[in-house]
Design a protein around this ligand. Sequence first.
Ligand code: FAD
Ligand code: MLT
Ligand code: ZN
Length: 470
Amino acid sequence: MNAQSLLHALETVVGPAGIVCDPEQMASYLSDWRNAYRGAAALVVRPATTEQVAAVVQICHAHRVALVPQGGNTGLCGGSIPDDSGTQVVLSLTRMTRIREIDTANETITVEAGVLLQHLQEAAAAVDRLFPLSLGAQGSCTVGGNLATNAGGTAVLRYGNMRDLALGLEVVLPDGRIWNGLRGLRKDNTGYDLKHLFIGSEGSLGIITAAVLKLYPAVRSITTAWVALPDARSAVELIGSIRALCGDRLTGFELMSRQSVDFVLRHVGRCSDPFAEVHPWYVLIELSDTQPDAPLNDLLEAGLGAALERGWVLDAVLAGNEAQVAALWAMREGISEAQNHEGPSLKHDISVPVSRIPAFIERTDEALLERFPGVRIVAYGHVGDGNLHYNVSKPPGSDDDAFKAQQAAISEIIYAATAALDGSISAEHGIGQAKRDAARRYKDPLELELMRALKRTLDPEGLMNPGKVF
Ligand code: FAD
Ligand code: MLT
Ligand code: ZN
């Protein structure tokens, strides 16, 4: 089928409003926000209903046209960007934005794949509930993308990642059949739990069109602190002691190196250092409770006071009002954007057992700086999950292309250190195209074989997001 007849066939399904084929209008679908990945496509199709998604997939399946599912296009490993052949079709879910049902008696919400994470959070808040997934891209990323990447973020410590928040899915399979698994059951042991196949599959097994998700009680008290630490080892000690004291009230514990904070102070407006002195490491701690007026400040002050005496904490400040809370989170959430202003960078989102984070940082810093002196290590992340964003920016003033030529060797040092400490080369962003080759080297061969067998079973023609994950 040539491009023109494909366009006509798809247009009969989605109407002119559902087709983007003008090169200028297609551009934003063909590269990511960092401009790290670029591709080409025959066209972009934007169905508005599950039935339209199914009809689009059937047409593409019949004519052996490969599909690249795309949500908010905020992914960090090139998973939503087509290859450069110009033959693939980008299937954007951004018109599927209905909240289908809110069921407060069963504490569930049923939403379509294109709903923005922030709109989902707002819909939950409107019925006095919490949808806890929380990440810097929440104003732009979609529920479908969150599910397809099994997104993590800053509240995993307390509520788990997207996999833990999903009860049921609706999925269009690679041959165009619709699987309606939209059950809101907390318990269902009738065989394999198929939703978990699609969660984290990065669009390689089917198109997620809707989901039933868990709701939680609304939070009514929050305390946020910005804490300076002498080293990363102290962060591990501190999280253990705060967790022992506060239990599930500990909802956020984000680690940041001074380099990360420096970038934010340099590039993100309205951020200022809460301390007069410069410190090597920081953590942002959040406690929350469903009770209004819970004594969270007292609890956190007691925990930080004890840590200060043991030398794990150098200084600490508690946010006094909502504006200060927002300012502290802006420092943390601003790191991605700030790093973008410093030229080409390499992103890594490794995880190791929490207790090994200090060893990972010590060993990797040493190995990296010995081989690539001058690179800037931007280490930060969700330390309670053992998840570190060990990003690397080029040496200041150095040539962009020279740095790009070193990227594979830089990543290899980081992945080797991760593997040596029994970690994972992707804790939350996924494999996409960025880590596909590394996954071949670092993932257990039997696991890869089982994954390929599942891929062949569900997508024998290999039309779902080819070139990603495998
Ligand atoms: P996209 O980028 O459009 O797609 C991501 C992948 O999912 C692709 O492989 C795509 O093919 C597939 N996909 C998308 N929609 C569907 C669908 N409906 N069905 C099947 N497959 C689909 N991630 C975290 O986990 N934690 C963080 O803390 C975090 N912070 C971030 C901060 C910033 C500033 C930015 C820019 C990104 C951050 N991310 C984070 C990464 C990103 O936001 C998440 O991966 C998010 O879940 C992607 O959602 P999306 O809708 O943008 O998906
Ligand atoms: C974050 O936690 O800020 C993102 O997942 C990491 C990143 O943008 O590198
Ligand atoms: Zn993250």
